[in-house]
Write a protein that binds this ligand. Structure first.
Ligand SMILES: C[S@@+](CC[C@H](N)C(=O)[O-])C[C@H]1O[C@@H](n2cnc3c(N)ncnc32)[C@H](O)[C@@H]1O
Length: 305
């Protein structure tokens, strides 16, 4: 990947094919990022088609393809239903979401996503207009929730010890820089350093951006705005996300059993088209390190039963 590249799209051909684009349909790219997927959707779409593209990171606004058919919405995709209706669209033919962070976010030191830049502010917000930074969370959360987020989102083995060390540190001075967290973690690293730090930083990032609840809300909104026959294509990079997407596509619900009708028949609003997730091939994985953990799942909204 060249230094200037914002983000190399993952599973590009596979995901666009999965959208099964109809000539003058309406599509949503929930995660514009560098605009790679979005450009491909536009290239496949007919002259009267339309695309709504979301990204909560203002920096992504620099990558909006110039195209009259495209509307960029610089907001969190958790509001997908509200914004789609606001723009006068009552139903869409496909939704693509390519979750997580872009290479750009990860590689720009000032964003504070990476443990490679100790001098930077420990921020990690994708949307820098709002919310709490990673430093805020480390300064404010009780040890219990700290331990939980490290264990759950990062599978950090010594989460309890780390949570205690974080609380100990902030008694002396508040967390501010990436280096402050590295100082706490240094004596506590278990296993391979890179992997361990990546897990802790990923856990914090997921918490800072409330990524699991945003995904839940987006999926529920997506079901409401997809036309019958509309496609839902989701790329995940974390096992919790993948599990959530898999369950939702199977049942149409975030948790619990599918709804039953009067006769006790399960109501499953989607036809699942990927029994197993689609993974990038070896060639793509070698070419693009971001592709390593990617999984794609695809479902079609059923015609009304
Ligand atoms: C993996 S990148 C997408 C890359 C894109 N498909 C491309 O081809 O360049 C994920 C993008 O989604 C955005 N994002 C993540 N969660 C979001 C959310 N809840 N709402 C809106 N945008 C989000 C991030 O800011 C980031 O730019």
């Amino acid at each position: 990947m060249g230094e200037q590249e914002y983000h190399v799209p993952v599973l590009l051909d596979e995901s666009i094919r999965a959208l099964n684009i109809i000539e003058n349909g309406i599509y949503i790219d929930a995660t514009l990022g560098g605009g790679g997927h979005c450009q491909h959707i536009l290239d496949t779409l007919g002259p009267n088609g339309r695309v709504l593209a979301f990204d909560q990171d203002e920096a992504a606004g620099n990558n909006v393809p110039e195209d009259d058919r495209l509307t960029f919405i610089p907001h969190n995709f958790r509001h997908i239903e509200r914004f789609t209706r606001f723009y006068g669209v009552s139903g869409v033919d496909g939704i693509l979401a390519d979750l997580g962070v872009s290479s750009h976010q990860f590689d720009v030191p000032e964003r504070g996503f990476s443990y490679r830049f100790p001098e930077m502010t420990l921020d990690m917000r994708m949307d820098t207009r709002t919310g709490k930074t990673a430093a805020d969370l480390l300064n404010q959360l009780e040890p219990g929730p700290l331990q939980q987020l490290l264990g759950e989102y990062g599978e950090v083995r010594n989460a309890r010890t780390v949570a205690a060390a974080i609380v100990q540190f902030r008694r002396q001075r508040p967390f501010k820089l990436v280096g402050d967290l590295l100082e706490v973690l240094h004596p506590l690293i278990r296993g391979e350093r890179h992997r361990y730090l990546a897990q802790v930083f990923q856990a914090l990032r997921i918490a800072v951006n409330e990524e699991m609840t945003a995904l839940e809300e987006m999926l529920e909104g997506a079901l409401n705005i997809l036309n019958p026959g509309g496609m839902l294509v989701i790329l995940t990079y974390h096992s919790l996300e993948d599990r959530l997407v898999k369950r939702f596509m199977r049942s149409g619900k975030i948790s619990g059993e599918p709804e039953k009708d009067f006769y006790g028949n399960m109501h499953r609003p989607f036809e699942v088209l990927t029994k197993n997730p689609v993974l990038p091939g070896m060639e793509e994985q070698e070419r693009n390190s971001r592709a390593h953990s990617a999984k794609m799942r695809v479902a079609r909204k059923k015609e009304q039963e």
